[in-house]
Design a protein around this ligand. Structure first.
Ligand code: CAA
Length: 258
């Protein structure tokens, strides 16, 4: 599949999606978000894929929603068209893990897109922020909701109100990113993590993702019950029998993702 604004490839059971509007620092316009939705949907449905990596360029993961696309929009156009939900929420519906590999700018919608992924691996040159206030708007794709959940209220307020950016070290300290790696190792590290995940039983991988996400949506008692039932259901799978037998027989497991 070829796209105008993305480059995609597969490496074994891992899919790599690169945002590719280099002249605009990967600013997110409708074409890109439509194509990203299509690519994610395709890989999610592909039985041969177990994990997806989403990345940008060395300079920018994405510098935000495309300001040129938004500049002339009226309130009524934004409101009636429910602007920004168009395809942006698609990433949240992907059932397989999506790792954001972020180098350079992840600002505004770029930071929001990274936060919609399951975890973020950052290059040491990454910069995160929600600078929408500088252009007279506020975050519109989850920044005021996901950022405080990730870094706490004080830092989220600081970032969204002052429009300052934070570097990778601060983002790691704050819990926004899971690891920071040298910029020239970013893709290798993200792909290696994705290969590890893709090697595990897909049904268990998907169940982990669903259960962790439940922690943000359900009270603790409901989340614990949801987790317990998922845990029980995995005893009905081939890979649980194989994984435990392999451990006891001191050999490598042969998972069949069923
Ligand atoms: N939309 C459209 N074009 C953008 C863009 C954006 N968000 N960000 C950068 N570009 C374009 C620039 O217009 C420029 O194009 P030209 O070469 O044609 O002039 C090109 O990308 C390179 O940008 P700069 O020359 O500005 O590069 P720089 O290295 O000097 O600065 C930057 C980099 C600090 C990221 C700066 O480009 C910048 O501040 N960008 C805007 C960041 C921003 O405000 N993001 C939030 C957008 S609103 C949003 O995302 C809403 C939401 O919640 C969904």
């Amino acid at each position: 599949m070829t796209y105008e604004t993305l480059l995609t490839e597969t490496q074994g059971r891992v899919a790599l999606i690169r945002l590719n509007r280099p002249k605009q620092l990967n600013a997110l316009n409708d074409i890109l978000m439509d194509e990203l939705g299509a690519a994610l949907t395709g890989f999610d449905a592909d039985d041969g894929i177990g994990c997806i990596v989403l990345t940008g360029s060395d300079k920018a993961f994405a510098a935000g929603a495309d300001i040129a696309m938004m500049a002339q929009k009226t309130f009524m156009e934004a409101y009636r068209g429910d602007f920004i939900t168009r395809n942006w929420e698609r990433i949240g519906t992907v059932r397989k893990p999506v790792i954001a590999a972020v180098a350079g700018y992840a600002l505004g919608g770029g930071c929001e897109l990274a936060m919609m992924c399951d975890f973020i691996i950052a290059a040491d040159n990454a910069r995160f922020g929600q600078p929408e206030i500088k252009i007279g708007i506020i975050p519109g794709a989850g920044g005021t909701q996901r950022l405080p959940r990730a870094v706490g209220k004080s830092k989220a307020m600081d970032l969204a109100l002052t429009a300052r950016t934070m570097d990778a070290a601060e983002a790691e300290r704050a819990g926004l990113v899971s690891r920071v790696v040298p910029a020239d190792k970013l893709l290798d590290e993200a792909l290696a993590a994705a290969q590890v995940i893709a090697g595990y039983p897909l049904q268990a991988v998907m169940m982990v993702k669903e259960c962790v996400n439940r922690a943000y949506q359900a009270p603790l008692s409901e989340g614990l019950l949801f987790e317990r039932r998922g845990f029980h259901s995995l005893f009905a799978t081939h890979d649980q029998k194989e994984g435990m037998a392999a451990f006891l027989e001191k050999r490598a497991p042969r998972f069949e993702h069923r």
